[in-house]
Design a protein around this ligand. Structure first.
Ligand SMILES: *[C@@H]1O[C@H](CO)[C@@H](O)[C@H](O)[C@H]1NC(C)=O
Ligand SMILES: *[C@@H]1O[C@H](CO)[C@@H](O)[C@H](O)[C@H]1NC(C)=O
Ligand SMILES: *[C@@H]1O[C@H](CO)[C@@H](O)[C@H](O)[C@H]1NC(C)=O
Ligand SMILES: *[C@@H]1O[C@H](CO)[C@@H](O)[C@H](O)[C@H]1NC(C)=O
Length: 413
């Protein structure tokens, strides 16, 4: 029996999907028609086309989307059997297919978006597997694939191979059970070694952080393993010594996946100088870094405030707020706020939000911010054209802070 397999991508929202190879850019224009045409190596194609990977030739082909295909969801991947020799779908072919969806190029500020994308793609991979299974294609189980990937990662010292393996791992480790298995097989140690190695480049270290974040997030068993292996202290050490801003952002992201909803880790974080380090990070010139550190601290403070009665005991020795204040948080946050661009709405919103738990304890420093806050208040009132709810929240927060500060300053007189 003869079969031929294609993997189809329906590309609706990716604008620069055709960069299969960065070094060999092909400037020849791709003119799409209703017929499948081969996309040449490095050739750019316009967005919104139907793309498929011919698994036999390894070449990509594209055509205009038929009107009756418009309904299907974006990125749907449909293997279509036709006539030729039965051949096993190799990992390599799948990787080539996924190479279209370059996952490493997101802006660091969009970790949440990136995660969403990964989730979507993971689902389509699941669907893909189901499709293959339904036509009796042999495909490895997740467990087999993970063992394989760990083994490959352990063996290779080539950064391109590492990149491919890490990108694969990020898919798999978003799945709860996969992350536990990975951790049981000591996969975390391999990742940590990569972070600690002097011969890995920034791209690899950045990817390693994403993979670790995927494994830790919402996964208490994996978080516990990381705690037991002393990784929190290690992350603090890395944050303290790292000089690349993008990696610092990534490290903060990974640290946050380890600390959230995990009080034992928060205790360990404080024990190893986490609060002092966060105050030091407020001295960074990069606003994104400052905002991320502020947001993390604020989230942990709120987590403790909102903890249910039966869990309060666990949090009772965790005094993040007081420790931050002891190391000079109030003065730092005051200095920083005056340095933010008034038109970076997202940054201002987060910094204002993060000030609220500190109003009373920091009021001596915050009082100097009354003119700055007044200025923000005026600007945001003026811009709040249609009573946008996010603006309303922020105006409300500024109002709360200003009212309390004015009240405190008149009490002090
Ligand atoms: C990596 O390889 C070494 C040497 O073969 C082995 O001792 C170690 O257990 C491997 N690590 C993992 C996580 O598989
Ligand atoms: C990182 O490397 C240094 C020096 O090679 C070593 O002393 C340290 O224990 C390593 N840290 C981790 C967490 O592996
Ligand atoms: C932050 O910078 C200020 C001066 O800009 C300095 O006085 C302070 O010691 C620094 N704090 C830390 C923790 O580095
Ligand atoms: C916004 O709210 C203010 C005060 O509540 C009101 O006077 C104004 O008309 C509202 N504007 C719009 C566009 O809804």
């Amino acid at each position: 029996m003869k079969k031929l397999f294609f993997i189809y991508f329906l590309i609706l929202s990716f604008s620069t999907v055709a960069q299969q190879s960065e070094n060999s850019e092909n400037t020849e224009e791709f003119v799409p028609t209703n017929e499948w045409q081969i996309v040449k190596e490095g050739q750019k194609i316009p967005p919104g086309l139907h793309i498929r990977l011919n698994l036999e030739t390894g070449l990509r082909e594209a055509k205009l989307i038929d009107n009756n295909e418009q309904q299907s969801s974006s990125n749907s991947i449909i293997p279509v059997p036709t006539e030729t020799t039965q051949e096993e779908i190799s990992r390599h072919s799948l990787e080539q297919a996924f190479a279209n969806l370059d996952l490493s190029k997101d802006d660091v500020k969009t970790d949440k978006t990136h995660e969403e994308e990964i989730r979507k793609q993971f689902r389509s991979y699941e669907e893909l597997k189901k499709d293959f299974e339904s036509i009796n294609m042999k495909i490895q189980t997740d467990q087999e694939i993970l063992i394989n990937l760990i083994d490959q990662l352990n063996k290779t010292d080539n950064n391109d191979n590492r990149k491919t393996i890490l990108t694969d791992l990020e898919y798999y480790l978003h799945q709860y059970d996969n992350a536990i298995l990975f951790s049981d097989l000591n996969g975390l140690d391999l990742l940590i070694d990569l972070l600690n190695s002097t011969n890995t480049n920034a791209e690899i270290r950045s990817l390693v952080n994403l993979v670790l974040g995927a494994a830790f997030q919402g996964n208490p068993k994996v978080q516990l393993k990381a705690l037991q292996r002393g990784y929190i202290q290690y992350f603090l050490h890395l944050l303290n010594t790292e000089t690349d801003d993008n990696i610092i952002l990534r490290l903060l992201f990974t640290l946050s996946t380890l600390l959230r909803s995990f009080p034992q880790a928060q205790k360990n974080f404080l024990k190893h100088g986490g609060a002092e380090l966060m105050v030091k990070i407020l001295n960074q010139t990069n606003n994104k870094i400052v905002v991320r550190a502020l947001t993390l601290m604020n989230d942990l403070i709120i987590e403790k405030e909102q903890v249910m009665d039966n869990k309060q005991e666990v949090y009772k020795d965790i005094h993040i707020l007081n420790q931050l204040v002891d190391y000079g948080w109030c003065a730092r946050i005051s200095t920083r706020l005056t340095l933010f661009d008034t038109d970076n709405f997202d940054h201002i919103e987060k910094i204002i939000h993060a000030m609220i738990p500190f109003i009373d304890i920091c009021h001596r420093d915050f009082i100097h911010l009354i003119p700055t806050l007044d200025k923000f208040h005026k600007i945001y009132i003026k811009n709040n054209f249609d009573n946008d709810s996010i603006y309303m929240d922020m105006l409300n927060n500024i109002h709360i802070i200003l009212t309390k500060l004015r009240q405190r300053s008149s009490d002090d007189l």
